[in-house]
Design a protein around this ligand. Sequence first.
Ligand code: BGC
Length: 518
Amino acid sequence: MPAVGGIGPGGGKEYPGNLTPFVTVTCIVAAMGGLIFGYDIGISGGVTSMDPFLKKFFRSVYNKKHNSKTTNQYCQYDSETLTLFTSSLYLAALISSLVASTITRKFGRKLSMLFGGLLFLVGALINGFAQKVWMLIVGRILLGFGIGFANQSVPLYLSEMAPYKYRGALNIGFQLSITIGILVANVLNYFFAKIKGGWGWRLSLGGAMIPALIITIGSLVLPDTPNSMIERGDHDKARQQLRKVRGVEDVDEEFDDLVAASEASKKVEHPWRNLLQRKYRPHLTMAIMIPFFQQFTGINVIMFYAPVLFGSIGFKDDSALMSAVITGVVNVAATVVSIYGVDKWGRRALFLEGGAQMILCQAVVAAAIGAKFGIDGNPGDLPKWYAIVVVLFICIYVAGFAWSWGPLGWLVPSEIFPLEIRSAAQSINVSVNMLFTFFVAQIFLTMLCHLKFGLFIFFGFFVVIMTIFIYFFLPETKGIPIEEMGKVWKAHPYWCRFVENEEYGNGVELNKGAVKNV
Ligand code: BGC
């Protein structure tokens, strides 16, 4: 079997440093940047299943849902404008993450977070008071701009602040707050949908102001990362900061490596064009493939449309929203498992196990829905056991995602790029993620209508491919200092040919014998 896992422990440096209260609190505050993204993911599906909202903005969907009893269940929500409402945000996020790259690099990670919070705040206000569809769409575009800035800067911030031994756990704080945001949104939708006057959706959409305020205020009080200070020429302050963050006096070795990485990065005039160089081929591949695959797990079919999906497969409105709450709880709980395991078991083990788990569940759900709904989408009466089996396997699927592709889709890209391309490559990661989030959101309702239960087989196929991809192409990055990451590529049986004579960070020479199969 080829040695595809990566280098063994002890193959590199060990910088001194502790998990200080300062770094822990800082990372918790920064990770809250994920709340805005999560809140939005969770809120839109529930809102689009609320009748008063549909009646006001999407009349044709409302009519279809209520008047035509014979309509094929798979197709009742198929509407272009409804999907545009959900997915417009992701195009906006795509564009703003590219702009954020320059701001993050030149002015620091904090400023991008601040912009993210402010834009999201304004978007939430417009949405909460929306009178016409265009206000909804403008609001969502602003929310999208906010998310682009936050998702570009927060994961980088976390990976730079964290001591390398705890980098996985601290970085996954970002994903944890995404999942908490989704859950809170699902719970609020459940209650707001019951408000008598039918204006609960305004509270759901306007409620996004709260996570927006948290990240806005957070970004004002957070310290800058030492890496970013060095990048902007503030060496003395950066050394002080590194001491404070690591909780030890002797930070010289790490500091020198950060400066060396920064010097190397200064030589790079065009970070974007640079990305195309042969030596960055592994990084570029990961920056594109990881977010692409993350979205093609099909997770957002559940996250955006759980209530709609459960509604389509025969649950009543209320129990459909409730099932979304249940999947939300599983999502948060399984992310905590990942925080616990990521620096112990490594990234690859989680990716591979999570992938296998998702494939199994997708097969079962496809079979269960296919058996009951068949091709014409007419289920007849659904027995209770059936609903329980579907929800159960959807939950196991969500758990598989939540300890693998969910957090690792943000963690791995943020830790593998050398400083000179870090900001640009992270923007590619965010843009590709948003592009395919958009794509899946945009086509899901149509796909459900045409592919029917085959939808789950479609995504299951991609999960098979991505699991094989991880096995052969992703080296293990657990326990490797971020500025030392170059050596994992050098030790990889496939990627080594692209990076053989290259120096990364401090260019530690590699002992190929340290390659091991994980
Ligand atoms: C993904 C989102 C997804 C969420 C679910 C994130 O990592 O980027 O698209 O909705 O996880 O928890």
